[in-house]
Design a protein around this ligand. Sequence first.
Ligand code: AMP
Length: 189
Amino acid sequence: MKTFEELGVSEEIRHAIEELGFEHPMPVQEEVIPYLLGNGNDVIALAQTGTGKTAAFGIPLLQRTNPNSRTTQAIVISPTRELCLQIADDLKSFAKYIKGINIVAVYGGTSIINQIHALKHGAQIIVATPGRLIDLMHRGAAKLDNVQNVVLDEADEMLNMGFSDSINEIFESVPTDRNTLLFSATMSK
Ligand code: AMP
């Protein structure tokens, strides 16, 4: 069994996850973390909730984010408000000892004004439901031209919920050389 250090996880992040009680990487983390810490890698992973998938994509995202730039460098798309909040909370706790990283969750069913304000401060990582992210893009509040990583979490759920047009529109707004990380509990062609 490998350690997080052997997978290449930075000291700051190891400090934070040790405090959370993570002793050893879970299997999906052992597979995905070293791969995503390399350059220019796309991933498709079959992983259910509870397998440690949030840390599998979240740790490399954080480690590859430049805290000195306020531009949005990564977006995580997920189907529900609850999941957005959960992912953003997890990322914030992994980032506890990294200075200057701002993670903002945006989702529908609530006032957009506070979310516009939150994005104005500069969010390197946006965790979003698809429809609300598009709304924020149209209003000029979410700017995706420097995004290097796009994570689709629970991709199968998002397709079941009819988000495929929105997801396509989001993909048209990010650079073509970004990495795509797709996590799903089930997989079709
Ligand atoms: P997830 O599949 O991302 O929803 O994670 C499931 C749960 O496992 C969460 O409560 C995580 O905090 C926890 N977890 C993730 N990675 C580890 C690890 N390496 N060791 C112990 N717990 C972990």
